[in-house]
Design a binder for this molecule. Structure first.
Ligand SMILES: Cc1cc2nc3c(=O)[nH]c(=O)nc-3n(C[C@H](O)[C@H](O)[C@H](O)COP(=O)(O)OP(=O)(O)OC[C@H]3O[C@@H](n4cnc5c(N)ncnc54)[C@H](O)[C@@H]3O)c2cc1C
Length: 342
């Protein structure tokens, strides 16, 4: 197994913040994973491609970066079960599926990151969530020292949420993911922008359109370091919705259930006056206010200061407390932004 000392993580997180970890392990088998876990004595951060991670201290904890690779396919009636190891890249998997006529994840093209991290926040975009196609997740449980199969229901998927962020956080590793993909293409075009003129539509057409929209809307982290949406879209009750919409009639909102509405965090940030705001080498992107950008590759704490300002302004204007989608990591491991109270 590759073990590196004093490893520089600045190219292993899409915010490009400077951080160094004392030891960096890249296990590619269960034996190596167990060895890494035992060496770390339970005190480490599990890293994929770092596209949803913000290191806020110059010193990072010990890092385990699972690098299990490979895929296998079983054909069943009208579908395939595709098992993919955690170290594979998500977008390359989408391309592979489109090329091989396995349908269901074409709307999730160009989302950065590893396959292993995808179920953690139940990645979603353009009307599709990973949970729509997950058959099961293979989970290596540290305490039992064995792989357990979790079916879709056991993963407790929600909006940017799963059991892996909740009760299983820090207790094991997703070693592979099994997707159930259709052999017949049924386009999912509910998202505006995915409207097509032609009659004979292919999954490649949808994937290419998604890529075009994403490239026009979202800054490329290789040019402007960022981690996509910094905050989750807030869920609010019907009562709060009615109060807010009376004051802000043009506020976009999506009815999730009879009692719950989802708001667009980007709209709230923009209307709190912060779109394009820039200070201390960091800023709110000028086209997409939900994206915080590390323009000058400065330290992670600068992004936390900006995120705190955004949270304060949005709370002052709308009474809504935004919650980060990005995973925040200090020198000890996962942490959170200090809470703001009224
Ligand atoms: C430009 C940009 C656009 C984005 N667009 C979207 C989008 O449209 N939709 C969306 O949902 N997300 C989006 N994201 C966020 C990000 O791409 C996803 O969250 C992605 O799944 C993160 O993968 P990663 O490997 O980089 O995760 P990391 O940041 O490395 O890790 C994320 C979390 O997963 C955990 N983890 C990593 N690997 C494993 C494993 N094998 N087992 C268990 N836990 C693990 C980590 O401990 C951490 O808690 C975007 C990010 C960027 C930079």
């Amino acid at each position: 197994m590759q073990i590196q000392q004093s490893f520089n993580l600045s190219h292993h997180n899409t915010f490009k913040v400077p951080a160094v970890c004392p030891q960096y392990f890249e296990p590619s088998t269960l034996e190596e994973l167990t060895e890494a876990y035992q060496t770390c004595k339970g005190n480490f951060y599990l890293l994929g491609e770092g596209s949803n991670t913000l290191f806020i201290d110059n010193q990072a904890p010990l890092i385990i970066r699972p690098k299990f690779m490979g895929k296998s396919i079983t054909t069943i009636k009208n579908a395939v079960l595709l098992t993919v190891s955690c170290g594979e890249n998500w977008h390359e998997l989408v391309q592979y599926c489109v090329e091989n006529n396995y349908y269901g994840i074409e709307n999730l093209a160009l989302i950065p990151g590893s396959v292993g991290a995808a179920p953690v926040q139940n990645i979603g975009a353009y009307g599709v969530e990973l949970s729509d196609v997950i058959q099961s997740v293979s989970w290596f449980d540290f305490s039992q020292q064995q792989v357990i199969e979790l079916d879709n229901k056991a993963c407790e998927f929600g909006y940017r949420d799963s059991i892996f962020k909740q009760s299983l956080q820090g207790k094991g590793v997703i070693v592979s993911v099994t997707l159930k993909l259709a052999k017949e293409f049924q386009p999912k075009l509910s998202y505006k922008g995915l409207n097509f003129e032609q009659e004979k539509l292919t999954a490649k057409d949808v994937m290419e359109r998604v890529i075009t929209i994403r490239e026009s809307k979202l800054p490329d982290p290789n040019k402007l370091p960022n981690a996509g949406s910094f905050f989750k879209n807030p869920m609010i009750s019907k009562e709060v919705y009615h109060t807010l919409i009376a004051k802000h009639p043009d506020m976009p909102a999506f009815k999730v259930t009879e009692q719950t509405f989802k708001l667009a965090a980007g709209w709230l940030i923009e209307h709190a006056g912060l779109k394009g705001y820039r200070e201390n080498g960091v800023g709110v992107h000028h086209n997409q206010a939900l994206v915080l950008v590390n323009y000058k590759h400065v330290k992670g704490l600068r992004i936390i200061e900006l995120a705190t300002l955004v949270m304060e302004k949005v709370q002052a204007k709308f009474g809504i407390l935004l919650a980060p989608e990005v995973r925040i990591v200090d020198h000890q491991g996962l942490t959170s932004i200090p809470e703001i109270t009224n």
